[in-house]
Write a protein that binds this ligand. Structure first.
Ligand code: 13P
Length: 247
């Protein structure tokens, strides 16, 4: 069976003191986790968390990466820079980036390509809004978002992780049911299978109000290979329970 991945997305939360306490508590409870565990931390704290996590099972992730290689792009950071801090994964196309920063499917695809070129695994986020779901467009929206990434990344597509995060489930406490999530994951898996002979090994994460109470049921679905966890990743006890549910 595929090794699951539980990734925490801290979003724009944390401080030196809070991060230190959170990471130490996680490391204290992780043991030898049977799944991969990562935290996507705000860029200013990458060095801090790298120092705490090096040599431990806790892997480092970024929340975003530039679509450009280097140069006059104020406020951005490159995949090569992330690499220098031991970053293993980076989110690309999180719905908050798409919504508040106008990231298009093409930009998200280019970011995934930059990450892959630097040896960083992009966690490509896709997901529909509530209006899109209610209009019956869920499948076409996630397929369009993923198609852009497949188109640009070609045979490298088996190296990505995909996260299905329905926008209406993010930070709302309203989780997709395991059946709703599985249904979309099945669509994504089929789309990947049409593009790559290795689709069965591509990890598909679910994200959106995943918590200690609902993680096990979601993670036992056949095409849910892990979780992308926002709010609950900021509390060590909750995040550790989600990790335990993935083993
Ligand atoms: P919540 O778990 O807080 O709903 O956030 C999900 C998310 O956006 C993870 O990237």
């Amino acid at each position: 069976m595929m090794k699951k991945l539980i990734a925490g997305n801290w979003k724009m939360n944390g401080s030196l003191a809070a991060n230190d306490a959170l990471v130490r508590a996680l490391l204290g409870g992780l043991g030898t986790a049977a799944c991969d565990v990562a935290v996507a931390v705000p860029a200013p704290y990458l060095a801090q968390v790298q120092a705490l996590a090096t040599g431990t099972p806790l892997q480092l992730a970024a929340q975003d990466v530039s679509q450009h290689e280097s140069g006059a792009y104020t406020g951005e950071w490159s995949a090569a820079m992330l690499r220098e801090f031991g970053v293993r994964y980076t989110l690309v196309g999180h719905s908050e980036r798409r919504q508040y920063h106008g990231e298009s499917d093409a930009v998200v695809a280019a970011k995934a390509q930059r990450a892959l070129a630097a040896g960083i695994t992009p966690i490509v986020c896709v997901g529909e809004t509530l209006a899109q779901r209610e209009a019956g467009d869920t499948e076409s929206v996630v397929r369009r978002q993923l198609a852009a990434v497949i188109h640009v990344n070609g045979h490298c597509i088996s190296e990505v992780v995909v996260a299905y995060e329905p926008v209406w489930a993010i930070g709302t406490g309203r989780t997709a049911t395991p059946e709703q999530a599985q249904q979309v994951h099945d669509v994504l898996r089929a789309q990947l299978a049409a593009a790559s002979p290795h689709a069965a090994k591509i990890r598909l994460l679910y994200g959106g109000s995943m918590n200690a109470g609902n993680a096990a049921q979601l993670l036992e679905q056949p095409d849910i290979d892990g979780g992308l966890v926002g709010g609950a990743s900021l509390k060590a006890a909750d995040f550790l329970q989600i990790i335990a549910a993935a083993q």
